[in-house]
Design a protein around this ligand. Structure first.
Ligand code: NDP
Length: 273
């Protein structure tokens, strides 16, 4: 029987995951079926139970179900544990394993695809939500000189920085505190771009910046990227590579073979204009 996988979210119509995983399966010769499930709100567990009863082997999880997936799982990886959220699950009999590949996917895109090492760099992350949480430990593992987490709600940034303190030089601040500060790499992990909004970041953060990275994808030149471009940042990127890399991590976790991501990234890239 063909192994079944899916992505679950609500809404789910525009998810790129079926296209990505079908491409991976074809390229690696894996026999699997990958679909999308629009999970009714408040019925995550019942929907996943039904998928497993029909032979489901694993799921990707997107908004708003990442916390439900964490709660549903019986075992959690350190990355899922830190994030308190899962973006992938694997079913093994009664066991439900939870993972969170957003952070490693982001690091792999930045270091490998965009050739921007984080080691020895001053790194700024705007936002302290789920994506920033996922990035915290993978970023610190790369040994930046400093990692600053700046968030509109300062307390959330402080909570996150506390978690990472033992692992490396991380600290929290408000967006206003960034005035006059310079960074080598700047990441927009706020969700502002989904509403075409700009986090109130001072343009000075880009003065010595080599890469401005927008975690949202498919939006073209967001207000954040436009600000960075205007400040002369030489390299701009959005989260399409992160999306492909976290998918590749999940695929490897499920199937034991890691697919190449270049073709998928090229296919899904929306020009930053
Ligand atoms: P969350 O809802 O968990 O967190 C949102 C964050 O954005 C919070 O820190 C919030 O601040 C901040 N924020 C929202 N609006 C504004 C604003 N107008 N100005 C300043 N700060 C703002 O979202 P996620 O962490 O899940 O997602 C963040 C981004 O990452 C999204 O764009 C998402 O699409 C992207 N993403 C991309 C992935 C990929 O594969 N490329 C994977 C996962 C996410 P506050 O705490 O003050 O409310």
């Amino acid at each position: 029987m063909t192994d079944r996988y899916a992505v679950i979210g609500n809404p789910i119509a525009f998810s790129k995951s079926p296209l990505i995983h079908s491409s991976f399966a074809q390229a690696t010769g894996q026999d699997l079926d990958y679909s999308k499930i629009e999970g009714p709100l408040g019925q995550f567990a019942a929907t996943v139970d039904a998928f497993r009863a029909q032979g489901g082997r694993g799921l990707n999880i997107t908004a708003p179900f990442k916390l439900d997936a964490f709660a549903y799982a019986t075992e959690h990886s350190p990355a899922a544990q830190l994030a308190g959220a899962a973006n992938a699950m694997k079913f093994d009999g009664e066991r439900v394993l939870a993972e969170n590949f957003d952070g490693v996917g982001l690091v792999r895109d930045v270091v490998h695809n965009l050739a921007q090492p984080l080691r020895g760099k001053r790194v700024l992350v705007l936002g302290a939500g789920g994506a920033a949480r996922g990035a915290l430990l993978p970023f610190l593992a790369e040994q930046p000189t400093e990692l600053v987490i700046a968030n509109r709600s300062l307390d959330k940034a402080q909570d996150l920085a506390r978690i990472g303190t033992a692992q490396g030089p991380v600290r929290a601040c408000s967006l206003q505190d960034l005035q006059g500060r310079h960074f080598d790499l700047v990441f927009n992990a706020t969700s502002a771009s989904l509403r075409a909004e700009l986090p109130t970041v001072p343009v000075s953060v880009f003065a010595e910046c080599a890469l401005a990275y927008e975690l949202a994808y498919g939006k073209g030149l967001t207000p954040f990227l436009r600000l960075a471009q205007g400040a002369g940042v030489p390299q701009l990127a959005d989260g399409v590579g992160m999306l492909a890399e976290q998918a590749a991590e999940a695929f490897a976790w499920w199937r034991g073979v890691r697919p190449q991501t270049r073709a998928v990234i090229e296919r899904l890239t929306v020009p930053l204009v």
